[in-house]
Each structure stands twice: as structure tokens, then as C-alpha cells.
Design a protein around this ligand. Structure first.
Ligand code: PLP
Length: 388
């Protein structure tokens, strides 16, 4: 068939470079322990940071909404009507983020591509951290604005780029917690530069919403920067255990996105059962701060143990990058870990820069000290095997 030659060659090239991806089959829920490819393993690569994805309160909320609303939302909210469930969640999200309003998107990917393209266009410039998530990168590309990539967290370089800008509008985009590294952007410095050079800011809090800050309000909330960030983007599929995403900000921003973000306008709304579950997750995130405390304690315990093993872990947060370097070696140690009962996914280029292939290790609030200690034993054994 047409295309076979190109498709097979592309796949063969990936295999030769040690970059071929494959799906692993996981049975059951995203719990502390899972069944991966038929083996029982401690789950250390899920973004279900607070352990809410299978919480009874979320199930009950979803079941109630299924009974009240049925399954599908029917169409874009601008077409077949906006359900009360969506509005209630948006009000709660706006309150969490100390924002005037919020707007739901069907995923974080769609929130980023739609929002960036709604804010900047051909005559504008967008300033993007080199380690930003792919959805921010794709949003920058889709916007057709000039893209200025600054080295990771390099404020001097960002300032130089802003100072040289003659664009009509400027937008700085950054993750708050970087998805593959777990470190944080210097948000206060970014806001200072944005003020000085009249730039808008978009902060992607996919890995911070629920996981950090008072009530799970993220790094922006923790630092009290809500009034200084133009766009607070967050996701519902990670710490909040559901699916979907949102943007929070000034009422005029939300009104603009509702009108012009193509990934909001031209897509079917989130299913009401998911929306109701996300509301229940927000309530748990607010009322059970022990989950964030436990998440941080688990991260610190695992981080200390990994350093004691002599492994290269540049940062401590609920995302712990264990740098291996070579893609094939990374996948080899990932396989060995599975044999020792730990599921920690290997991440290779282009998701991370060349030479920095890693295990992206993530903890959950529901892991116990015994789980973490068992994981450390498995890491010791798997890395010892690698050196043999
Ligand atoms: C920083 C960041 N932004 C956005 C996304 C996309 O979110 P979603 O999975 O809801 O599309 C992800 C991960 O998936 C992410 O890590």
C-alpha cells in the first residue's frame, strides 16, 4: 500500500536508534501496585500524584453524573449547550487559582495549543523555555508567532531576548514544574521581566496543580503570583486523577478563549461524569492536605535513597529524573527494574535532550515507606546488573 516504504523505514530507523516506543499493558487501576505486562510491580511512573484516580468519592461523583447527565456532552459547549456540571467545576477552579474565571479544555495539550494561538500570531513573539512540554512547543508553532527559545531557566538570556524584541505582542511560556526534570521555573523573576518588557505570561501548572501550593493551587498560588500571571493553565488528569484541563485568569481572557481558542470552540466538551469526578477531586485536594505532605515526604525519602545509591538525580520533587544518558541503557535498566518489581518508565529523545535519557520516577501520596524502601532495593539491584 502507498506509504508502506516510508512507514517501515521510519520504524526501522527508530529501532536502530534504540528509540522505538511500545505500549505496555497494565491491568486494573492506577494504584500503588499494578500488573504490568503480567508482572506485579510498584507503580513509580504515574502522574496520579495524590492517589485520587481510583478514589471512591470520585467514582461516586462520576456515577451520579452518569445517572443525571448520561455519558457524552453531545457537542462543543458553544453548539449544544453548556451543562451545569462544567460551570460548577469552572467556578471551583477559578476559586482555587484566585482568578476571576476559568475555562475547561478537553486536555492539557488542547489548552496549550488553543490558548497560545489565541494570544499571539504572525506579528508577535513567543519566548519559550528550552525544556517546555511538547504541547507548549506545538502551541508556539501553531500560533505562527516568532519563537524565541531561551536556555532552561536562563533569565539573563530571556531578558536579552525580550529587550531585543520589536514585536507587536510578547508572550512568555513556561512549565512551572518541568515535566521531565521536576525542577521549577523562577516564576517571580519571569513575572518581573514580563512587567519590565510588557509581556504576557502563560504558566503551565500541569504537574503542580493539586500537588503543590495551598489547597493544590500550584506554584503560582504558593508564590502568590496569581495577579501577575496572565494565563494559569492546569490539568485534571494528573494529581487530580481525572482527565481534561483548564485555563484560569481574568474574565476578559476567558471570554477571548471561549471565542477564539480553536481547541475549545471546535471540539466536543468533556464528558459530565469526568467533570463531576474532577470536582470531587478538588474537594479532596482541599480537605486532605496530608496528601501533599505525604507526596513531598515520599519524594524526599526516595531522593535521599537514590543519591545514597550513587545515582544521578539532579532535583528533588515528586518527579525524580534518574539520569542514565544512553537510550538503550535506559530501557535496559527499565526492564531490569520491572523484573525486580518496579515500574519506572524510561524516557528518551526527543522527549528529553540527547544524552540525557532517564528513568522518570514519580511518587504518589499513597506510597508507604515500605514501598519506597522496596523500590530502592530494586534500583540497587537493577543498576548493579547494568554495570555487570
Ligand atoms: C507540562 C505538561 N503540560 C501539558 C500536558 C498535557 O496535558 P494532557 O495530558 O491533559 O493533555 C502535559 C502532560 O501530559 C504536561 O506534562
Amino acid at each position: 500500500m502507498a506509504g508502506d516504504g516510508f512507514i517501515d523505514a521510519a520504524l526501522a530507523r527508530r529501532s536502530a536508534q534504540g528509540l522505538r516506543r511500545r505500549l505496555r499493558w497494565v491491568a486494573g487501576e492506577q494504584d500503588r501496585w499494578v500488573d504490568v505486562d503480567g508482572r506485579r510491580a510498584l507503580l513509580l511512573c504515574s502522574n496520579n500524584y495524590l492517589g485520587l484516580a481510583n478514589h471512591p468519592a470520585l467514582r461516586e461523583a462520576a456515577e451520579r453524573a452518569l445517572r443525571d447527565y448520561g455519558v457524552g456532552a453531545g457537542a462543543s459547549r458553544l453548539v449544544s449547550g453548556s451543562m451545569r456540571a462544567h460551570r460548577e467545576l469552572e467556578d471551583d477552579l477559578a476559586a482555587l487559582k484566585h482568578a476571576e474565571a476559568a475555562l475547561l479544555f478537553t486536555s492539557g495539550y488542547q489548552a496549550n495549543v488553543g490558548t497560545i494561538a489565541a494570544l499571539v500570531g504572525r506579528d508577535d513573539e513567543v519566548f519559550s523555555d528550552a525544556l517546555n512540554h511538547a504541547s507548549l512547543i506545538d502551541g508556539c508553532r501553531l500560533s505562527r508567532a516568532e519563537i524565541r527559545v531561551f536556555p532552561h531557566n536562563d533569565m539573563e538570556r530571556l531578558e536579552a531576548l525580550l529587550a531585543a524584541s520589536t514585536a507587536r505582542r510578547r508572550l512568555i511560556v513556561t512549565d512551572s514544574v518541568f515535566s521531565m526534570d521536576g525542577d521549577e521555573a523562577p516564576l517571580r523573576a519571569i513575572c518581573d521581566l514580563a512587567d519590565r518588557y510588557d509581556a504576557m505570561t502563560l504558566v503551565d501548572e500541569a504537574h503542580a496543580t493539586g500537588a503543590l501550593g495551598p489547597g493544590g493551587s500550584g506554584v503560582v498560588g504558593r508564590e502568590g503570583l496569581q495577579d501577575r500571571v496572565t494565563v494559569q493553565m492546569g490539568t485534571l488528569g494528573k494529581a487530580l486523577g481525572c482527565f481534561g484541563a483548564f485555563v484560569a485568569g481574568r474574565a476578559n481572557l476567558i471570554e477571548l478563549l471561549l471565542n477564539e481558542a480553536r481547541s475549545f470552540v471546535f471540539t466536543t466538551a468533556l464528558p459530565p461524569a469526568i467533570v463531576a469526578a474532577a470536582r470531587a477531586a478538588l474537594e479532596l485536594s482541599r480537605s486532605e492536605p496530608w496528601r501533599r505532605e505525604r507526596l513531598a515526604a515520599n519524594a524526599a525519602r526516595l531522593y535521599r535513597g537514590l543519591l545514597d545509591l550513587g545515582l544521578d538525580v539532579p532535583h528533588c520533587s515528586h518527579i525524580l529524573p534518574v539520569i542514565v544518558g544512553d537510550p538503550a541503557a535506559t530501557m535496559a535498566v527499565c526492564e531490569r527494574l520491572l523484573e525486580y518489581g518496579v515500574f519506572a518508565q524510561g524516557i528518551r529523545p526527543p522527549t528529553v535532550p540527547e544524552g540525557t535519557s532517564r528513568l522518570r520516577v514519580t511518587v504518589m501520596a499513597t506510597h508507604t515507606d515500605e514501598d519506597i524502601d522496596a523500590a530502592l532495593q530494586a534500583f540497587a539491584a537493577a543498576f548493579a546488573d547494568l554495570e555487570r
